[in-house]
Design a protein around this ligand. Structure first.
Ligand code: G3P
Ligand code: MG
Length: 223
């Protein structure tokens, strides 16, 4: 079962910061997961569309210049990282799951990832995911080489869409909705199952017993 450090290792360090990535690596993750938005054409690593919850700032990301955003404290003196900084920091030691969270992220993400491939990142250490499946389709149409995974919260995977249109690599269901039927139906169709967000020891064991392919967790050390 692969371990994805959720927003780095957000159970131990401020989420989606370089520090959270460092701790995740130290805890032996196979992958890190992070969320991206676009600000002034740059991909920035932050979960919400507002800065209030995770920084000392207030208001919408969209109302910030990139320079002002980078002045904020994202916890323990960490800055909101650029996606480029995380890629440089991780430097191929583990995979990176880029979750397209903000609008209009598909184009910038694909252009960015194409540059990373030219710089030597293996394509199998990159995974794009999103709750917005249209963004994933957009990414596929721009460059199908990047693996795609559809996030779900409760809905049943639409396998027609996933296989025929999206040509997905994986499904990412929410932990409470995962049962053997879901795992088996995805596996039968050649799709990996990576489950979010699995923090409780009982759930970690249940996912192992269901033979999911990987889990996102805030606490990689528990796994
Ligand atoms: O990608 C897995 C998980 O991060 C999806 O939910 O809201 O934590 O981004 P969220
Ligand atoms: Mg996420």
């Amino acid at each position: 079962m692969l371990i994805f450090g959720h927003r780095g290792a957000m159970g131990h360090a401020p989420e989606n910061t370089l520090e959270a990535m460092r701790v995740a690596l130290e805890m032996g993750v196979d992958w890190v997961e992070l969320d991206v938005h676009v600000v002034e054409g740059e991909l920035v690593v932050i979960h919400d569309g507002q800065v209030d919850r995770t920084t000392n700032g207030k208001g919408d990301l969209a109302d910030y210049s990139l320079a002002d955003l980078r002045e904020l404290d994202a916890g323990n003196g960490e800055k909101i990282p650029l996606l480029a900084e995380v890629f440089d920091f991780i430097d191929r030691r583990v995979g990176i799951n880029v979750e397209l969270k903000g609008a209009h992220t598909a184009g910038p993400a694909v252009s960015f990832l194409e540059k990373q491939i030219e710089k030597g990142w293996p394509v199998d250490k990159i995974l794009l995911s999103s709750f917005d499946h249209q963004l994933l389709l957009e990414a596929k149409n721009l460059n199908p080489v990047f693996r795609r995974a559809a996030l779900y919260f409760g809905q049943k995977p639409d396998y027609g869409f996933l296989l025929d249109e999206l040509q997905a690599y994986a499904v990412h269901p929410f932990v409470f909705f995962v049962d053997q039927e879901l795992v088996d139906s995805a596996h039968t169709r050649g799709l990996k199952v990576f489950v979010y967000t699995v923090n409780e020891p009982d759930d970690i064991l249940r996912m192992r017993d269901l033979k999911v392919d990987g889990i996102f967790t805030n606490f990689p050390d528990r796994v």
